[in-house]
Structures are given as structure tokens and as C-alpha cells.
Write a protein that binds this ligand. Structure first.
Ligand code: GLC
Length: 499
């Protein structure tokens, strides 16, 4: 039986501001992505997920959407988008869009209407608490109260993220209808699926109860972690909303629904849905980002995840994204290749972050250049996301071939040597390693869809097997610089395929 494409695919995340600028304004755009499709196709990935490019005031760099059915002029036009979808498909690749249904921008016409008067039908705000303060103690992920007071109408509105990102009320059927229509708009234009932003935030406790303090909270942690988010996120009725999205996805063949889900495995498993209430195909598994990069911790993680999956659920793994420190910075450049081999040999759909195939590190951003509102709101805790969003370095030409103008964030300081052209020419580069590994994954059904089995683990090594139709591959990962030595001898390995 042939598998749905998203089971065997490798997903490549493009942060559109930083991939390729085609018009010299220093910010990447859709035509830029189109110009670099050959690179992506020959790299050997299968699907491109592009972070938001909707019209937006860009307070949260596009995750504040002012219009769900258009393209921001900064990124291009709908015609550019149509050209991009066609070109992506002509290369045999898939295109996944980011969809941001939890909140709009505060300049979205719906919010402007809601803000206009207490009587507006689009308004669903809350009165102050008896002491005049916010309706409850919920916190914004980006710092401070999640409630914004409007002195003119003396009510509060809720924003899980910035005050410029008011939450939509998914309990209102008109909201759901409008959002599902927006999804259809892009499906009709040919997108192959969506990555749904903070999908686990969509449903809120109907009584808006106060959240309890988090007993594990310690000073120095992000302030948002001071509460246990048992009422503001991951509510049981979210699965009903997701089933409605899934029904839209299923109106057309071969589309995928992915959810952004920062959750422990037992909660994550629920996002696959159940009989009569299907969920997303892939609830993003971010645990490789948050687990210590040691053989034992990873072996336990894989076993726990495999064990948590409901029957028929397809696993997935993410090792980096636009919100988290880059893998080369988290584990060190020496072990970044190992991390790539791990990601591409685990069972399940891998999601790869642009630039990780070059071994890009986080780029330190001088205070005067900080862009990310999270760093501006909650400074000094290392929460800022600019370091992992810097431009893709393509070659040795000015600004690394990313733009003719001034890049919106600084380039990686090592760009003259760490760029696509330089790594292309070096057989031992990270880029060529990724190409070989991606080609191997494509050629080996055992890697694409084989079973997973732990073979051996110690303090410095991890070995597991992937097996399909009688072909068994051993992946032996050495977390130390010393040779595999005795560990390899004990494994009784067959011929070496890739090192
Ligand atoms: C998601 C996005 C992040 C954004 C937030 C609010 O976590 O990945 O970049 O800031 O949602 O939309």
C-alpha cells in the first residue's frame, strides 16, 4: 500500500523574511523562495513549510495577521504565490502554509469593529474584576498580563501573546466558519497543507478560572512559567475545533494538517484525535529541542514517545525552528552533524529548519538591532528569537547573496566560509552530509517507514535499528570525539553505508 506523502516526506521550514530577498529591501520574499527552489529540490527535501506571509503590521513578524486571504506586499502578491505553488509542484515538492487561527492582528478589521463599541456583534470582551483589575490571572506568553484594558469602553480583551495579537473566540461558530473559509481559500489555490500556529491555545476554559501557581517555577525562568496553564490552553473542547479543521483538509485529497503543540507526550497523543473526531496528522513533537542531548536521555525520549503513540498514529520529530536556539548552538557545531543524522534516521516525519544544513549557529544580535518583541518585553533571559532568524548565507558576494540591500538582521559572522557555495565545494561539509543523508533516507524504505528498535546505549553512544521488509539498518551515534571502538565491535555491524 502506498503511504500518504507526508509520512515519508522530510519537511523543510523556510522563514520567509530570511531565505532570499529578490527586490533589495533586505527582507526575503516569495519570489526569492522561487529563485532558490533548485537548491531545495537538489538538497533532497520533500515539502516546504513557509512561516506566515499574510498582510501584517509585523509586530510579531507575520504571526499577527491582518488579512487571512492575501499576501503582504513585503513578501509579494497573490500572483507571486500562485507562481510559487506551481513551481514547487513542478519540482515534485509540496507546499505547506502557516495558518494562525488563535489570534489576529489588532489592525484586523474584525478587531477594529469589536473595539469600536460594547454593542458590536464581533466583540466578546470581559468586564474588569470587582477590584477593577483584569478578569483573571492569566499571563501572556510574551510577558505581563494576558488582558489589555480599553479605558474608553472600560472592558478588557484577551491576548495569549502580544496585546497587538488579540485572541479570537473559537467558541463562536461564526469565528470558526470564517477561519475554515480562509483555509479553503488557500487549499483551492493549491497548498498541500497547513501548520497550525499554537493549535493547543484555541480553546479556553469556558469559566475563565484563575490558573494555579507552578510549584516548579524558579526565579530566572520566563515569567509565563510561573503559572500552570490548565485553563488557558489544551482544553478538552479544542479537539472538536480541530476535527472541524480536519474536515476541511479532508475535502481535498492528499492534504496534511500539522499542529504546533508544546505538550508532554500523554497530552500530545490526544491531538491525533479519535474515532469520529479525527485530529491533526502530525502534532509537532518538539521534545528533541527540550531534552538534554545525551545518548541515555534521547534513548529514553524515543522509547517514551513511541510508547505514547495511539494506534495508527504517525510519529514526527522537530530539531529546530524559528522560536528556539539553533541546534548547532545547543549541542555545539561538532555534534550538529550527529543531530542531523539522528533527526533523519528516527521513525517519523522529520522537520528541518533552514540553515541547519549549513551548521548555522545563533547569531548574537547587538542591543540596537534587536527586533523580536519577546526580547524587548522580557529582556535578558535569552528568550529573544532573532539569533535563529538570521539571513541564509548563499555565497561570497556582498551580503552573502541574500539581498542587494541591507539585511533586516545581521548575517552569521562566519558567512564568508559558512555559506551554500562554500559548503557545496567541500565534500566533507555539513551541507554535503545532509545531501547524502537525505538521499539515503529516500532510497531506504527502512529509514522512511521501518520499525524502530533500541540496540544499545551507554554514556557516549546510542545505536538503534530501523527495519523494513527484511532489511535492517543500524544507526550508531557516537556522542564523543573518540572512535566508536569497542562499542562498534559489540554491535557486530555489517557493511558501512554512510559515516
Ligand atoms: C507560535 C509561533 C511564534 C509566534 C507565536 C504567536 O509559537 O511559532 O513565532 O510568535 O506562535 O503567534
Amino acid at each position: 500500500m502506498t503511504q500518504p506523502w507526508w509520512k515519508t516526506a522530510v519537511i523543510y521550514q523556510v522563514y520567509p523574511r530570511s531565505f532570499q530577498d529578490s527586490n533589495g529591501d533586505g527582507v526575503g520574499d516569495l519570489i526569492g523562495i522561487l529563485q532558490r527552489l533548485d537548491y531545495l529540490a537538489t538538497l533532497g527535501i520533500d515539502a516546504i513549510w513557509i512561516s506566515p506571509f499574510y498582510p501584517s503590521p509585523m509586530v510579531d513578524f507575520g504571526y499577527d495577521v491582518a488579512n487571512y486571504t492575501d499576501v503582504d506586499p513585503l513578501f509579494g502578491t497573490l500572483a507571486d504565490f500562485d507562481a510559487l505553488v506551481d513551481a514547487v509542484h513542478a519540482k515534485g515538492l509540496k507546499l505547506i502554509m502557516d495558518f494562525v487561527p488563535n489570534h489576529t492582528s489588532s489592525v484586523h478589521p474584525w478587531f477594529l469593529e469589536a473595539r469600536a463599541s460594547r454593542q458590536n456583534p464581533k466583540r466578546d470582551w470581559k468586564d474588569p474584576a470587582p477590584d477593577g483589575g483584569p478578569p483573571n490571572n492569566w499571563l501572556s506568553v510574551f510577558g505581563g498580563s494576558a488582558w489589555e484594558f480599553d479605558p474608553r469602553t472600560e472592558q478588557y480583551y484577551y491576548h495569549a501573546f502580544l496585546s497587538a495579537q488579540p485572541d479570537l473566540n473559537w467558541a463562536n461558530p461564526a469565528v470558526r466558519r470564517a477561519m475554515l473559509e480562509a483555509m479553503r481559500f488557500w487549499l483551492d489555490r493549491g497548498v498541500d497543507g497547513f501548520r497550525i500556529d499554537v493549535i493547543y491555545h484555541l480553546a479556553k476554559d469556558p469559566q475563565f478560572r484563575d490558573e494555579p501557581p507552578n510549584p516548579r517555577f524558579e526565579p530566572g525562568m520566563e515569567p509565563y512559567q510561573s503559572l500552570e496553564h490548565i485553563y488557558s490552553a489544551d482544553q478538552p473542547h479544542v479537539h472538536d475545533y480541530i476535527a472541524q479543521m480536519r474536515a476541511v483538509i479532508d475535502e481535498k485529497p492528499n492534504r496534511v494538517l500539522i499542529g504546533e503543540t508544546y505538550l508532554p507526550f500523554d497530552r500530545l497523543a490526544l491531538y491525533y484525535g479519535k474515532a469520529g473526531q479525527p485530529g491533526v496528522h502530525l502534532p509537532f513533537n518538539f521534545h528533541l529541542i527540550t531534552t538534554p542531548f545525551t545518548p541515555r536521555a534521547i534513548a529514553t525520549l524515543i522509547a517514551d514517545y513511541e510508547h505514547s503513540l495511539p494506534p495508527g498514529a504517525w510519529p514526527n520529530w522537530v530539531i529546530g525552528n524559528h522560536d528556539r536556539s539553533r541546534i548547532a548552538s545547543r549541542v555545539g557545531i561538532a555534534r550538529a552533524k550527529l543531530a542531523g543524522m539522528l533527526l533523519l534516521s528516527l521513525r517519523g516525519t522529520p522537520t528541518h529548519y533552514y540553515g541547519d544544513e549549513l551548521g548555522l549557529s545563533d547569531v548574537s544580535i547587538p542591543p540596537a538591532f534587536v527586533q523580536d518583541p519577546w526580547e524587548i518585553n522580557v529582556p535578558g533571559l535569552g528568550l529573544g528569537r532573532d539569533p535563529e532568524r538570521t539571513p541564509m548565507p548563499w555565497d561570497r558576494s556582498p551580503q552573502a547573496g541574500f539581498t542587494r540591500g541591507l539585511p533586516w538582521l545581521p548575517l552569521n559572522p562566519d558567512w564568508p566560509t559558512r555559506n551554500v557555495a562554500a559548503e557545496d565545494a567541500d565534500p566533507n561539509s555539513m551541507l554535503n552530509f545532509y545531501r547524502r543523508m537525505l538521499a539515503l533516507r529516500r532510497a531506504e524504505p527502512a529509514l522512511q517507514c521501518g520499525s524502530w528498535q533500541l540496540v544499545s546505549v551507554d554514556d557516549a553512544h546510542l545505536a538503534f535499528a530501523r527495519e523494513e521488509a527484511g532489511r535492517r539498518l543500524i544507526i550508531a551515534l557516537n556522542f564523543e570525539s573518540a572512535a566508536l571502538g569497542v562499542f562498534a565491535e559489540k554491535l557486530n555491524l555489517g557493511p558501512l553505508i554512510l559515516s
